[in-house]
Design a protein around this ligand. Structure first.
Ligand SMILES: [Fe+2]
Length: 230
């Protein structure tokens, strides 16, 4: 190992980057993602949002909005050849959540390799964002990426872990410590590896125009988490 005189950069083969599986990237924030985000927002406001009874407050749109070249663009940003999921889950749908919506967002993971959240609320309405948590009983900030990792935490299977952490503990905020909030900002894309424990921030607004409005993405990569877990 030698120190370069010119710029002080340490030169040597000592610091070798690990392979992807040992060095996962968990979060990428891209601002001013679309050049016509206002048009997407207007289209999102015209969609149908049926009543939903789910674990999460808010409503998903019935329809999906296709954004040309999106998978390629996101693949380029994360550096992985992502694929659309089958079934697509909430990919390309929008979600509106208002202050009056019942229920508190539960800490969870998404069954995708990357999730994208494009914030479409107006700048003057934005509050909170996307929250990340540490699970206190296990000291983890994410779901293990492998079956071996699940066993090392003392769980017999993914289903066992899901029952204990994602169903039981997810309802009890005393089991979780907030570690980070990505602030909401109009036209900000948050790409997250959704095996990290997370949830949406506070709901707000009393109409579609003033509420928490997002466009959702879900991508898959064969052989990568969550594919490797179950
Ligand atoms: Fe999520």
């Amino acid at each position: 190992m030698a120190l370069d005189d010119e710029d002080g950069i340490i030169d040597g083969g000592v610091f070798t980057a690990l392979s992807w599986k040992a060095m996962p990237t968990s979060l990428i924030i891209v601002d001013d993602f679309l050049n016509n985000a206002h048009e997407l927002r207007n289209a999102a406001l015209r969609l149908t949002y049926p009543e939903q009874e789910g674990a999460f407050p808010g409503r998903n749109s019935l329809e999906r909005i296709e954004i040309g070249g999106l998978a390629q663009q996101v693949s380029h940003i994360v550096g992985e050849p992502l694929q659309l999921m089958s079934p697509p889950q909430s990919h390309a749908k929008c979600r509106i959540t208002l202050a009056a919506d019942q229920g508190r967002a539960k800490v969870h993971i998404d069954r995708a390799h990357w999730s994208g959240i494009l914030y479409l609320s107006r700048p003057e309405d934005c509050q909170g964002g996307t929250e990340f948590y540490r699970h206190l009983p296990t000291g983890t900030d994410h779901m293990p990426f492998t079956e071996q990792g699940i066993a090392e935490l003392g769980y017999s299977s993914f289903d066992d872990l899901r029952e204990q952490i994602l169903e039981k503990d997810a309802l009890d905020r005393s089991k979780w410590e907030l570690t980070m909030v990505v602030p909401m900002r109009f036209n900000r894309l948050v790409l997250t590896q959704p095996q990290y424990w997370h949830t949406s921030g506070p709901s707000f607004g009393d109409t579609r125009e003033t509420g928490r409005l997002i466009y959702m993405m879900r991508y898959f990569l064969p052989g990568a988490a969550p594919d490797a877990q179950s």
